[in-house]
Design a protein around this ligand. Structure first.
Ligand code: ADP
Length: 227
């Protein structure tokens, strides 16, 4: 491991909703032996506690809006302070705003950690096709796609091939909401790319379509240069 990442390595997966950040993080988790920190999953878990904050998060997520920087940053700061993150982690879904980017790079530098930023680039038409066909198993998490990874059909409708639980369409994977999420990406998240360029934070662009997830993961690992 290079000298500069003695404090651990953080791989930041950046990209539009549906660009494959979660899929890549799950594949890379095994290859790199680092925990997968997905802010969307953290929020969905928090929202299942049906208290006031959980309901507020649900309202934002189901409408395709971002949650506030303070809330997500506080959750992330707590999670990444846990022992399993001391060697580094895979970050999926953060930073999504310039304020979040300012926080994370300062935090990692303060902790003596190195980082690699990968921008997964995928065309919006492909994203809409992917997300609108996405099916999620609420129990074991894998995500099925009607076309690429078809579910098992049973008396309960579409079922998870692994545990038999019914599959759901995430509220925010409905077409109107997908468009809203893409608009939020354009407005709040894309500017992070310009910010990184202006700040001299290097990032690598990787084509997130046209190849199998495994091939894309291999390209990410092969080309990773540690900051
Ligand atoms: P996707 O990347 O496909 O949009 P996620 O599961 O990562 O899916 O995120 C789902 C939702 O969670 C987002 O649309 C947003 O509302 C919220 N969210 C996740 N990460 C953040 C973040 N860093 N800042 C603000 N909101 C977030």
């Amino acid at each position: 491991m290079p000298e500069s990442v003695k404090g651990g390595l953080v791989l930041i997966l950046f990209g539009a909703p549906g660009s494959g950040k979660g899929t890549q993080a799950r594949l890379l988790q095994e290859k790199l032996q680092l925990p997968h920190i997905a802010t969307g999953d953290m929020l969905r878990e928090r929202m299942r506690r049906a208290d006031e904050q959980g309901e507020r998060i649900r309202g934002l997520l189901e409408a395709g809006n971002l949650v506030t920087d303070d809330l997500i940053t506080e959750m992330l700061a707590e999670r990444t302070a846990e022992a399993d993150c001391s060697r580094g982690f895979l970050l999926d879904g953060y930073p999504r705003t310039v304020a979040q980017a300012e926080w994370i790079f300062q935090c990692l530098a303060g902790r003596g950690m190195g980082w690699v930023v990968i921008h997964l680039k995928v065309d919006y038409n492909e994203i809409i096709r992917r997300l609108a066909g996405r099916r999620t198993c609420v129990r074991c998490g894998p995500v099925f796609h009607q076309a690429n990874q078809p579910p098992v059909y049973g008396s309960g409708g579409e079922l998870c091939g692994k545990c038999g639980t019914s599959l759901i369409v995430r509220e925010d994977d409905r077409e109107g909401v997908i468009r809203h999420r893409l608009a939020a990406y354009d407005e709040s998240t894309k500017p992070v790319l310009d910010w990184m360029t202006a700040q001299g934070v290097p990032f690598r662009e990787v084509d997130g379509a046209g190849q199998s997830p495994e091939e894309i993961a291999q390209r990410i690992v092969a080309g990773a240069k540690f900051a």
